[in-house]
Design a protein around this ligand. Structure first.
Ligand code: MG
Length: 498
């Protein structure tokens, strides 16, 4: 990207190096999650920490900071894109200029080791193995909040790392509204629903060979428009999407031999994230406008494909003969109605990533309460398993029998991501709100019923993807839908579908 403004051009040239360092460290992260041998953990931690140090140096460079201040003073004279560049640089820069470099390096190291600590704890089914790592991560996160600053709640500072302009005072009422709706809705729904014959399609005597599942998922995500020549799909315990470069946006998946739902849902979810990255205006590459704007908006893209499309009657009717061709032994007499019930089966369960749309946000509500608690010091790290189990019981009516199916199920805390979980719920809410708008302009049912996902992707590209980080989430939501984030669209969506 070229700018006529000299200061902006200098900033962009400098930022290109930062972006390159970011790409390199994501190569290491991808490898850590997909391939790394156990013994290599400490070494990898050091490698990543070294890159973090170099990145921090680049952000903290006195010249760069001077130019950024200079640009901030000329802001009125800049174009819309240039203004967004300065705003984004200032926002990212905070992390590196307000938090001491030594703390950033330590954080990076603790998180690499923490990931392995988490993995070991999960294998041994023992939170105590992870506790010392997590305690340190929480301690560092609390220091981060102090350095970054906040108005009301230290958790706001962490939340803001993932979702610009979001605060506890905005989120608390949103979660209260969602919980207030979902809890009675779930109770009524479970009372109404008696027949679950369709679950026979995922009994242990049904087989969905993994190689075929993989091919099927590749078929679906290519249909969605995922450019496999600028990406790849690997396996990992906790699936994710990672942009290693402008033309290297990778995803991972996982497979269950007796149940085909998970790999399809994860594949569409991660490809949804990847499409966002692949769809950003190419001229934004290596600038602060590149990449999806926030985790909440990112998650709206993944959840849209996973749920609004992937689990709709229309798309499942398109998919029925395809599934039957891939798995004739298991699905030859299966109907679209049964598939719809199967893919949208509602049941309070222990694992968030496997949760249905009705119960999903209750898992997040619990994480949100626990995260606020450990950051505010109202909850002790060692009490988390107990608090977790109590929360699961009161919100979902189920109780884990072990740490692995409870507090240890998610990887996020191990890599220091505290303040991240609420963005999952934000994603669901944005997704419902954006879909409401999209269906006024597109016949989504007809398009997905015919497998014409390209037209849907074009809408997303035009309205969301191409902008990258040009608009912040609140601005983008306003621009797309004409109003701020409103949970009523999600509530309506759930009521209509279930
Ligand atoms: Mg996601």
């Amino acid at each position: 990207m070229k700018s006529k403004n000299k200061t902006i051009q200098v900033l962009l040239t400098h930022y290109r190096e930062i972006a390159t360092l970011g790409s390199i460290s994501r190569v290491l992260d991808w490898d850590l999650n997909v391939n790394l041998p156990e013994k290599a953990a400490v070494e990898r931690g050091e490698q990543s920490a070294y890159l973090t140090g170099l990145t921090a140096d680049k952000w903290q460079s006195a010249d760069f900071q001077r130019n950024l201040e200079k640009a901030a003073q000329l802001i009125q004279k800049l174009t819309h894109e240039e203004q967004a560049i300065v705003r984004n640089l200032a926002w990212s820069s905070n992390y590196y200029t307000k938090i001491p470099k030594e703390l950033l390096i330590e954080h990076s190291k603790v998180c690499s080791e923490g990931f392995l600590g988490w993995r070991k704890a999960r294998e041994q089914n023992d939170f105590a193995v992870f506790e010392p790592y997590l305690s340190r991560i929480v301690e560092i996160s609390r220091m981060f909040a102090q350095h970054l600053g906040y108005e009301k709640d230290p958790y706001d500072a962490l939340l803001n790392l993932y979702e610009q302009n979001m605060t506890v005072s905005q989120l608390d009422p949103i979660f209260n509204q969602i919980i207030g709706f979902l809890t009675p809705f779930l109770k009524n729904y479970s009372d109404r629903k008696s027949k679950t014959d369709y679950l026979a399609y995922v009994n242990n005597d049904k087989n969905y060979p993994i190689a075929r599942q993989k091919n099927l998922v590749l078929f679906i995500i290519k249909k969605m428009g995922y450019d496999i020549r600028a990406g790849r799909m690997d396996e990992s315990a906790h699936p994710f999407t990672l942009p290693l470069g402008r033309f290297d946006v990778r995803i991972t998946n996982r497979y269950k031999p007796h149940d085909l739902r998970e790999s399809i849902a994860i594949g569409m979810h991660e490809a949804g994230h990847a499409l966002y990255e692949q769809g950003v205006d190419e001229t934004y590459a290596y600038t602060p406008l590149d990449s999806g704007v926030s985790l909440g908006i990112h998650e709206s893209q993944s959840r849209f494909w996973e749920n609004q499309i992937g689990k709709s009657t229309a798309f499942l009717s398109f998919l029925t003969p395809v599934l039957q061709a891939y798995f004739p032994e298991a699905l030859s007499d299966c109907t679209t109605e049964e598939l719809f019930e199967l893919f949208n089966h509602v049941e309070p369960s222990l694992i968030r990533t496997e949760a249905d749309e009705v119960t999903y946000n209750l898992h997040i509500a619990l994480r949100y309460e626990l995260e606020k608690g450990i950051i505010n010091g109202k909850i002790k790290v060692k009490d988390l398993p107990k608090k977790w189990n109590e929360g699961m019981k009161s919100l979902l009516g189920v109780e884990p029998k072990s740490d692995s199916e409870g507090i240890l199920q998610d990887v996020h805390w191990s890599y220091g991501a505290i303040g991240y979980f609420p963005t999952y719920t934000l994603g669901n809410l944005y997704s419902a709100q954006f879909t409401n708008k999209m269906q006024k302009e597109l016949d989504i049912i007809n398009l997905s019923g015919n497998g014409d996902l390209g037209t849907i992707l074009v809408w997303l590209r035009d309205n969301i993807h191409r902008y990258g980080s040009l608009y912040w989430p609140d601005e983008l939501c306003q621009k797309i839908t004409g109003e701020p984030l409103n949970p009523k669209y999600f509530i309506e969506y759930i009521k209509n579908k279930y």
